[in-house]
Ligand binder design. Structure first.
Ligand SMILES: [Zn+2]
Length: 431
């Protein structure tokens, strides 16, 4: 097999244009912008439907996988499981002919296949033709800069490090007494988004949460969190991948970072690259696959920066990493069937996941209940730092759910994020 899932770059490429008008930056303005149809020329994000040429040779496939062991094995063969139907004992995701042949040779049954463009058209709703409300890297950066500049008494912006292509991974810090990278002994909360490139909603949620926090900085509860906590928001953890996914004016279904692999393929799955049972199960050693774990744990600058950021801030007690999509709140472990060994932590995970589940409507569960996947960022974060770390699989059907989904997803997830802030000073209170 080679280069199975390397996205094709054959696309129609309408010129990318920036917003003509000044970009909105308060939360209220952003919400208004989200719910207003985009003007012509706002085509920073490509049309939400995969074009026929872009998805050429790729299929949306449904494969029989009766149980967790079979799902884990599929991940190891390089198939990224995008949807799971436990009742039917099937999983679905994207594959080219080579990967399908490979899976068949390993005795997996491909039950159905449909050209990816056709599938994408069917699951897309009637949203505007261009997803202009989504923030690309520049817009994300500009908005974070603006939030920090307009709230400089409580907010600051710094880079946690550069990507392979030299982009800064920006972190907005909200803290009434410490700025930039200065240490703080206040209890910390860390919100991370979009380490998987095509999961664009996972940038919008933490980014708009940051804008919301600034708009609501004088609300009694928010004011208390800002003055007593050390809050970090990194909305776009994989900017190279994000820009690659949108750069030609149609989506590329690209998941990984932009590592140049030995076989000529691109990308390591950052959520398989952390040093937590690294590449032992549910990850692939095949560089072209979507679940490629990389040549070694922490081989990638993006995962290294997240590691170093967390290790340098041991005051961080709570953490969410945003992904899409499954409407789930996952807690450790994902790389092992076992529960976390500390009984109190286990109780805290179950309680907080359940509470945040009520606020979002998402299903709380232990990450490994679906399948085993090693090298997971939240497993590593919890084991290495003790921070209670949750993976949010946001809502939607598809990676490109359109503009209409953003407002509701953001509003629901702000409630969960505020809940997490409310327990960050003592996540074990009342257990
Ligand atoms: Zn993801």
């Amino acid at each position: 097999m080679k280069k199975i899932l390397l996205p094709l770059l054959l696309t129609v490429a309408p010129a990318l244009q920036s917003f003509a008008a000044e970009a909105p930056s308060s939360y209220e303005q952003l919400l208004k912008h989200i719910t207003t149809p985009p003007a012509a020329g706002d085509a920073v994000y490509p049309a939400a439907r995969a074009s026929a040429s872009q998805a050429a040779g790729l299929y949306w496939v449904t494969i029989k996988a009766a149980d967790k062991a079979e799902r884990t094995s599929l991940l190891e063969q390089g198939f990224d499981i995008i949807e799971v139907d436990r009742a039917k004992g099937t999983v679905s995701g994207i594959a080219g002919q080579e990967l399908m042949d490979h899976l068949s040779s390993k005795s997996f049954s491909v039950l159905s296949r449909r050209p990816l463009a056709e599938h994408a058209a069917a699951v897309s709703k009637d949203f505007p033709a261009a997803d202009a409300v989504y923030h690309n890297y520049k817009e994300t950066t500009d908005l974070l800069r603006d939030l920090a500049a307009r709230n400089s008494d409580i907010a600051s912006l710094f880079s946690i490090g550069k990507t392979l292509e030299g982009r800064d991974i920006w972190c907005l810090r909200v803290n009434s007494s410490a700025k930039g990278e200065a240490p703080s002994s206040k209890p910390g909360a860390f919100f991370l988004g979009n380490i998987h490139a095509r999961e664009h909603l996972a940038d919008e949620v933490p980014l708009l949460f940051a804008a919301w926090l600034m708009d609501h900085r004088n609300d009694a509860d928010v004011k208390k969190y800002i003055s007593t906590l050390d809050i970090y928001i990194v909305p776009m953890g994989n900017p190279d991948g994000v820009e690659y996914d949108i750069k030609n004016g149609s989506y590329q279904y690209f998941r990984k970072n932009l590592a140049k692999n030995s076989d000529g393929s691109r990308g390591v799955d950052l959520n398989r690259n952390f040093d937590s049972w690294w590449c032992e199960a549910g990850a692939s050693t095949y560089p072209g696959s979507d679940t490629y774990c990389g040549p070694k744990a922490f081989s990638e600058p993006e995962s290294q920066h997240i590691r170093d950021f967390m290790l340098a801030r041991r005051n961080i007690r709570t953490h969410i990493s945003y992904h899409s999509y499954a409407s789930e709140i996952l807690y450790p472990y994902g790389g092992s069937d076992s529960d976390v060994p500390n009984a109190k932590d286990k109780q805290a995970f179950i309680k907080h996941a359940a509470e945040m589940g009520k606020l979002t409507g998402y299903e709380p569960l232990k990450s490994s209940e679906m399948y085993i996947a090693t090298g997971d960022s939240c497993d590593w974060a919890y084991d290495a730092t003790g921070a209670l770390s949750f993976t949010f699989e946001l809502e939607g059907r598809g990676f490109y759910p359109g503009a209409a989904i953003v407002k509701g997803a953001v509003e629901r997830n702000i409630k969960a994020a505020v809940y997490l802030l409310s327990v960050t000073d003592d996540p074990y209170r009342g257990l």
